[in-house]
Design a binder for this molecule. Structure first.
Ligand code: ADP
Length: 430
């Protein structure tokens, strides 16, 4: 079978979220970090998600990177392209959703695409073109205070119209509930009227299934993970996709187990505390790290002793800089927020690199930025997506150049996961 879906995600965690949902819907999925230099082995892969950093960068950069991703995905034979953005439509009047969608449509010589940000199980729905987060309109959901892309208007037709010179229209819930036929008809009418971007209402999974059925043969669709979850059933209906029993099956893991946490989010702080009740852990702090190499060396010696010195299977070990808001504040006052963050990220990612080289084979990382630093220190460019540990956080595997078995890796955003996440992650790992 050839590659069915090629997705371009505008940030890393958004890419993982989509990939996770594709696996759950039965597609064997690979996430690549940035556009690969050449071909990647896609033998048993149904979907590839390219993770870009194009959400808040300058428009021209977002367009160039997205086009490069599109070209690469087309070279790999992707049958449908998917531009993935946040379910809260994170963007500004300058972009980047509208300009990127336009650039991709131009490249594909396609006249129309749909915009489907809704993710009903996470409370994101769209009605009469207005985006809701739970029972609040987008502009009253807290997103109006976002530091990078404040969302002050919930009317997506209006929002997108400010980002593109092309016509934006609405596929209303009224058309959707009339069924697939009417939905398809409405889309064709809009196209005949010159509507290039169609904001789609969607209140639940049933609406998303109707939409997926209507747009499965579009060269390009755009939206959030909800649409991603609905499309695979349509691919199977068309015979594009094999029935696989376990799309998230990974190679059995081996090696020592390490948890690295640079997240100071509330959920992570509870997870750290819970884990330390019956596991070994070493706390790093930016103030000591700024004074020289002592703390780094102590952390390394501690990890080596508990990971590798004993007989038989050692318990997972935690290295963490996660600290209370008061401690973080103190470090930031003394060092500056950026410098404090960088000291921590550098120490944790260097420690991880050394310990993976020495035999860690299962790794959990807490924190978005921290994950970015670790993945880049390990030189990881692709992740095969496995089973979900908690909503939004799957196990993944990355090939290691000098190792027969890949590295098993779980990358957790700060606020994700239940309180026992760290220990349970290793229990569910194949
Ligand atoms: P989250 O996903 O919870 O936002 P991130 O890893 O994205 O976590 O961000 C946390 C940031 O805080 C990182 O830059 C990290 O280096 C920094 N950090 C971690 N521990 C401390 C600390 N004790 N003092 C100051 N900054 C810290």
């Amino acid at each position: 079978m050839t590659l069915v879906l090629g997705a371009i995600a505008d940030d890393f965690t958004g890419a993982t979220d989509l990939a996770n949902n594709l696996v759950r819907a039965g597609m064997r999925t690979l996430q690549v970090i940035g556009v690969p230099d050449g071909d990647v082995a896609l033998g048993e892969i149904d979907a590839v998600v390219v993770a870009l950093k194009s959400r808040t960068c300058p428009v021209s950069e977002a367009i160039a990177d997205s086009r490069a991703a599109l070209d690469w995905l087309q070279e790999q034979g992707a049958r449908q392209l998917f531009f993935k953005y946040c379910s809260t439509f994170d963007s500004t009047d300058d972009g980047n959703i509208g300009p990127v969608a336009d650039a991709l449509l131009d490249r594909l010589e396609s006249r129309q695409t749909v915009m489907v940000p809704a993710f009903p199980i996470n409370g994101r729905t769209v009605y009469q073109g207005h985006l809701f987060v739970g029972d609040r309109l987008l502009n009253e959901s807290g997103m109006e205070n976002h530091p990078l892309n404040p969302m002050t208007d919930a009317d997506l037709v209006r929002v997108l119209s400010r980002q593109t010179s092309h016509t934006v229209g609405l596929l209303s819930h009224h058309a959707l509930v009339s069924g697939i036929e009417t939905t398809g008809q409405r889309l064709r009418t809009l196209q005949a009227d010159g509507v290039r971007h169609v904001i789609c209402d969607s209140l639940d999974e049933h609406d998303l299934a109707t939409l997926a059925s209507a747009v499965v043969e579009y060269p390009l669709v755009t939206g959030g993970s909800g649409l991603g979850q609905a499309l695979p059933a349509e691919y199977r209906r068309l015979g594009w996709l094999d029935e696989v029993t376990n799309a998230g099956r990974l190679t059995p893991s081996s090696g020592a187990s390490l948890v690295v946490s640079g997240s100071c989010s509330k959920a992570t702080l509870s997870q750290v505390e819970h884990f330390l009740a019956d596991h070994h852990g070493f706390a790093l702090d930016p103030l000591s790290l700024s004074e020289g190499d002592d703390m780094f060396e102590q952390a390394l010696a501690f990890a080596r002793e508990h990971l590798f010195a004993g007989q038989g299977e050692a318990q997972p070990v935690l290295l963490y800089a996660s600290a209370s808001p008061e401690k973080v504040d103190k470090a930031q006052q003394r060092l500056g927020a950026t410098a404090a963050g960088e000291l921590v990220e550098r120490a944790l990612s260097r420690l991880t690199r050394i310990l993976v080289d020495e035999g860690v084979g299962r790794l959990v990382v807490a924190g978005g930025e921290t994950s970015g630093a670790v993945v880049s220190a390990l030189g990881i460019r692709e992740l095969r997506i496995g089973e979900q540990i908690d909503p939004g956080v799957p196990w993944t595997q990355a090939p290691l150049p000098e190792r027969d078995t890949p590295l098993s890796l779980a990358l957790k955003s700060g606020n994700f996961g239940d309180v026992d996440f760290f220990s349970r992650a290793f229990e569910v790992l194949p």
